[in-house]
Design a protein around this ligand. Structure first.
Ligand code: NAD
Length: 391
């Protein structure tokens, strides 16, 4: 009963927000590929937005993108993000950066230095050093930077955080998280996810960042201290990987330059242990559910078949009632809102209201530090200390 009441209260908050459409925010797109389409659909629904510019490194791609999405009067004659951001006639309030991972840091820094607010797709960056540089540019600019983790907007994800914050679990001391796909190396529109020169990191950054965020956000993002990491690429580098063969692209095996599986054992501040594994491909349905173990109770969050940042089914709380071990199912909350629309809306609201970023870089810096630490530890073949420079 108490749970139903909570959910109703949550629903009320979501439904009462109104948008002041008198002041329009001028928006530019950097990168007009696959995910830019989801951003476009979300921005088009906002009554206080004017999409004024877009660019892509591939000539003609930005113009074709806006034509396909039926948005007129958008300036697209730019060879790079720099040319677009240098065009002061645009008076941009914000840009949405939808470029591949290796092109996250540079456009974000350039935009922030120009005094433009930034919505940056996940993963934050490829390396920790890049993330630190972006955070410094954000601090110097005083502008807003939000990282594109739309699962944060999911009511079920919020429920995980709510359960931890309620104290129901007691002191959290061990977390297992991750997941993945049996056959799910992403190459829907080419090789930008799998080549080192564009992606830089594979499953570790692509979907690993989501599962890390799911648990770290719930427990308040403690600082990561040490990591022992592993990564491999047995499926991606195999020309006989069935989806390559089916798609007629066995040559993608040659191009594959990132990880398709990663695992790690991470020590977090506060004596918390994080046990993590993530796969784009494996000979298994799942490497395990997410579990958050506490001194009073534990929470099991079922993994999804295709890990994309959602909760895989009803969660289970293992707690004690009158001293007896008991299980309580936490039902899935169905949402009618689109997560991309919420991601965009919360970003716009934060700009207009001068409030904190919905997904702040100060938190995702720790997410990136773990990803970077896993990659470095895997290369060194031993546990390493995670050192995060001052911003
Ligand atoms: N939030 C989500 O659910 C979600 C889903 C898919 C992808 N993503 C993320 O979005 C990013 C892009 O993924 P995608 O699938 O759209 O890739 P994509 O390869 O389809 O598109 C990226 C586009 O960016 C362009 N580009 C690269 N650098 C540029 C620059 N400096 N200036 C202008 N254009 C530039 C490329 O030419 C390309 O057209 C990735 O980092 C990915 O992790 C997020």
């Amino acid at each position: 009963m108490a749970l139903d009441k909570d959910l109703d209260a949550f629903k009320d908050v979501r439904e009462t927000k109104t948008v002041d459409a008198t002041k329009k925010l001028r928006i530019g797109f950097i990168g007009c590929g696959w995910i830019a389409g989801a951003h476009m659909r979300a921005f088009k629904k906002q009554p206080d937005v004017e999409i004024v510019a877009g660019c892509d490194l591939i000539p003609g791609k930005a113009a074709a993108f806006f034509e396909k999405n039926e948005v007129e009067g958008v300036k697209t004659d730019y060879a790079s993000h720099k040319e677009m951001l240098d065009d002061e006639s645009l008076n941009l309030d914000a840009v949405t950066i939808c470029t591949y991972n290796r092109q996250h840091a540079e456009p974000a820094i350039y935009a922030l230095k120009k005094g433009i607010n930034v919505l940056l797709e996940k993963p934050f960056t490829v390396t920790l050093d890049e993330a630190v540089e972006v955070c410094r540019a954000e601090k110097e600019s005083g502008k807003l930077l939000s990282i594109g983790f739309q699962p944060r907007m999911d009511a079920n994800m919020k429920m995980i955080k709510k359960i931890v914050e309620s104290g129901e679990l007691g002191q959290v001391y061990y977390i297992q998280t991750g997941g993945g796909r049996r056959r799910g190396i992403p190459f829907p529109y080419g090789t930008t996810f799998i080549e080192d020169k564009t992606a830089g990191i594979g499953a570790l950054g692509d979907i690993g960042c989501y599962s890390l965020d799911m648990v770290l956000n719930a427990i308040g993002y403690p600082k990561p201290l040490t990591v022992s990491g592993y990564k491999s690429a047995f499926f991606g580098k195999d020309p006989n990987y069935p989806p390559y063969v089916k798609a007629g692209h066995p040559e993608y095996a040659e191009k594959f330059g990132v990880d398709d599986f990663a695992a790690a054992f991470v020590r977090l501040e506060g004596g918390i242990i994080l046990d993590f594994r993530i796969a784009w491909a494996m000979n298994l349905d799942t490497p395990g559910d997410t579990i958050i173990m506490g001194t009073k109770a534990s929470l099991r969050i079922p993994s999804t078949e295709c890990w994309n940042g959602s909760v895989g089914g009803p969660m289970t709380l293992y707690h004690n009632v009158c001293g007896e071990p008991t299980k309580t199912e936490i039902p899935i909350i169905s949402m009618k809102e689109n997560l991309f629309e919420l991601k965009v809306r919360t970003f716009l609201d934060a700009i207009k209201e001068g409030t904190a970023a919905p997904v702040p870089s100060s938190q995702i810096l720790y997410n990136q530090a773990i990803i970077d630490g896993i990659a470095k530890s895997a290369e060194a073949g031993r546990e390493i200390e995670i050192e995060i420079p001052e911003i």
